[in-house]
Design a protein around this ligand. Structure first.
Ligand code: ADP
Ligand code: MG
Length: 462
């Protein structure tokens, strides 16, 4: 027989063998290989010595009948040979399989550990560094959070992240937790909302008996037997002196053991009325870092990321429209996006600008912004009268408000200094001086850069 024919013949025989032999004999059949077939005599080899013996002893007749079924030869015979090389090959294959199984086991185990750790740490999978969009408004906070995640308790301890609601404080804080769990799994992370901490404390300290002592020591172990604590929204701390004392105990135990503490709040510690002075001092002694509303470009990127994550087709202008109209809060920005998407999905339309406009119905702000608008918003920001900006008042507040509004008039409208000077009733050299002053100082003076950003935001330009 030609070798191809031989192979095909053997495949048929093998199939027949699997058909006639009971299932518990199959493991001995699979590794069989043909060596030759001549005048009704089939020679097969196996790397399993025990397999050879079992097949010979228990299944020889059945095997011959299977062979007869295929070959049609009456005087069929089968010779089963044990072969060292086949044995080696089998050994190698089984080792490979075992290794693979072990690797999968390890991977699964690691995955299981990771998700156990995530849930033990109380983290939400959604909040990681790699899906946090970085822009001017949050770059510093992002870099600091990353530095803490890479080297916990080395530099910035405690790290106090503050800023208005919906700007990514919880996201950044949990990103630190995830980073540590992934890269430094020996460290124990715990995320807790302030209310949960307080409630947990109240539940465990309620009864004044021996169980209470036991519960309290369990409670304290839970919050101090860790390497990184993430306490979210500390402004919700209640003024109950006992829970405050306990928080101080938790803080001091961790801090003194060289553990990392990260806290978030919607304002700086000294503006939290319920906070004791002792805790306030502690929170201020590390690094306090502010998250401010993202600029237009960052907001657009956040929406792009969401659209990509959801595998959505969209018109770029639709995202720009949403980004332009939701400037103060990323949560609201995401909410607006979700609303438009839901509408698109239900009505089976694409995410177009027209759809976004019809769903969100934001006030249109496409008209050219004029000097008057800029001056009015700037005056409002500094709490001075619009007419003083155009008049001769020289107070410090009026001067800075005037300089800033002049700078913005030039930057936003691109009008000549002469035209701007006419509006402010000033010489054009005075206007040029004001413009230059702000241009030079805006990158180094934080008050100025904040004012510029917030006025632009109020004008819906960011
Ligand atoms: P906060 O805790 O400051 O109130 P969150 O962290 O809960 O705000 O953020 C609100 C929502 O906005 C979350 O869904 C978060 O993922 C998202 N978010 C905020 N900032 C960013 C950012 N820079 N990149 C991506 N998503 C962000
Ligand atoms: Mg939050």
């Amino acid at each position: 027989m030609e070798s191809i024919e031989l192979k095909r013949f053997w495949e048929q025989v093998k199939e027949e063998l699997l058909g006639v032999l009971p299932e518990n004999a199959h493991p001995w059949v699979y590794p069989l290989e043909i060596s030759g077939y001549d005048k009704g005599v089939l020679t097969i080899v196996t790397g399993q010595m025990m397999g050879r013996d079992i097949l010979r002893k228990n299944y020889y007749d059945l095997m011959v009948s299977a062979l007869k079924n295929v070959s049609g030869e009456d005087n069929s015979r089968i010779v089963i040979i044990y072969d060292e090389n086949a044995a080696k090959k089998l050994k190698k294959e089984s080792e490979k399989l075992q290794k693979k199984a072990l690797e999968t086991d390890i991977k699964e185990q690691a995955f299981e550990n990771l998700s156990n750790m995530q849930s033990a740490a109380n983290l939400n999978l959604k909040y990681k560094f790699d899906n946090f969009v970085v822009g001017e408004s949050n770059k510093f906070a992002y870099l600091t959070a990353m530095a803490v995640a890479k080297n916990p308790a080395e530099k910035y301890n405690p790290l106090f992240i503050y800023g208005n609601s919906g700007l990514g404080k919880t996201h950044l804080m949990q990103a630190i937790g995830h980073y540590i769990i992934f890269n430094n799994p020996k460290l124990k992370v715990k995320y807790t909302k302030t209310e949960d901490y307080v409630n947990d404390y109240i539940t465990n300290s309620r009864k004044n008996n021996s169980t209470n002592i036991e519960n309290m020591s369990k409670f304290n172990r839970k919050y101090t037997n860790i390497d990184i604590i993430l306490i979210d929204d500390i402004q919700f701390i209640e003024s109950k002196i006992k829970s405050m004392e306990n928080l101080q105990y938790t803080f001091d135990s961790l801090y003194n053991k060289g553990k990392q503490i990260v806290i978030t709040s919607d304002r700086v510690p000294k503006d939290i009325p319920t906070l004791t002075a002792a805790l306030c001092t502690r929170f201020e002694m590390g690094l306090m870092i502010e998250l401010t509303p993202p600029d237009l470009d960052t907001r657009f990127k956040i929406l792009q990321k969401l659209a990509l994550e959801n595998d959505l087709k969209f018109e770029e202008n639709a995202l720009k429209y949403i980004a332009k109209n939701y400037s103060n809060n990323v949560r609201e920005l995401e909410g607006a996006f979700t609303k438009v998407c839901a509408y698109a999905e239900i009505t089976e339309q694409e995410l177009t600008l027209a759809l976004a406009k019809s769903v969100l119905k934001c006030d249109e702000n496409d008209d050219e912004i004029d000097f008057e608008q800029i001056a009015r918003v700037s005056a409002g920001y500094f709490g001075v009268d619009l007419k003083d900006l155009k008049g001769t008042a020289r107070g410090q507040k009026v001067s800075i408000a005037r300089h800033i509004s002049v700078y913005l008039c030039r930057e936003i409208t691109n009008q000549s200094f002469v035209n701007i000077a006419k509006y402010y009733n000033k010489k054009h050299t005075t206007i040029m001086f004001a413009y230059e002053k702000i241009r030079k100082e805006k990158d180094t003076n934080r008050d100025i850069s904040n004012a510029l950003r917030e006025i632009r935001q109020a004008l819906k330009l960011l």
